[in-house]
Design a protein around this ligand. Structure first.
Ligand code: FEO
Length: 174
């Protein structure tokens, strides 16, 4: 496997694993604040990021490279409020998108077209994830801390999580 591409994917593995850990911390905080629907949504997001990481790990190993499983920094324990949680989540996703774009760029520079093809799955996934984070944040801004609104918001997020299909396998076939 091309060394530069392998290094870029291993960097991406760190990002996906950190995202999973970060969203897990957010889920746990939400659960501790009685926001069970939000917690369910964030636990599912955390699982999804782990799935993104596993898909990269398997891809590197199947291509004869060596996936590196990283040590991770401890994520925050406390958050200001729910709006702050989703602001952080959106900013984090924007960073991940930049990193995926960088990976696409490296694939093209190295003329690694099969990895470039594989990474397209992440390009569309990032579009969806950013859009979803923006829409949740927009709702929270509208609610503006209103208690009744927060109750409905939490309930709606729980319903949305139940309806969303969970990731089932980390096969490298997108
Ligand atoms: Fe896998 Fe949300 O980035």
């Amino acid at each position: 496997m091309n060394i530069r591409v392998e290094k870029a994917i291993n960097d991406q593995i760190i990002k996906e694993a950190s995202s999973s850990q970060f969203y897990l911390a957010m889920a746990s905080w939400s659960e501790n604040h009685g926001l069970n629907g939000t917690a369910k949504f964030l636990y599912a997001q955390s699982d999804e990021e782990r799935f993104h990481m596993l898909k990269l790990v398997k891809f590197v190993n199947e291509r004869g490279g060596k996936a590196i499983i990283p040590a991770l920094e401890q994520p925050p324990v406390e958050f200001e409020n729910l709006e702050n949680v989703f602001e952080l989540l959106l900013n984090h996703e924007i960073g991940v998108t930049e990193s995926i774009n960088n990976l696409v760029d490296i694939c093209l520079q190295e003329k690694d077209y099969s990895t470039h093809n594989f990474v397209q799955w992440y390009v569309s996934e990032q579009l969806e994830e950013e859009a979803s984070a923006r829409s949740v944040l927009d709702k929270l801004k509208l609610i503006d801390g209103d208690k009744g609104g927060m109750y409905m918001f939490d309930r709606d997020l729980e319903k949305a999580t139940v309806l969303a299909a969970p990731p089932t396998s980390a096969t490298t076939k997108a």
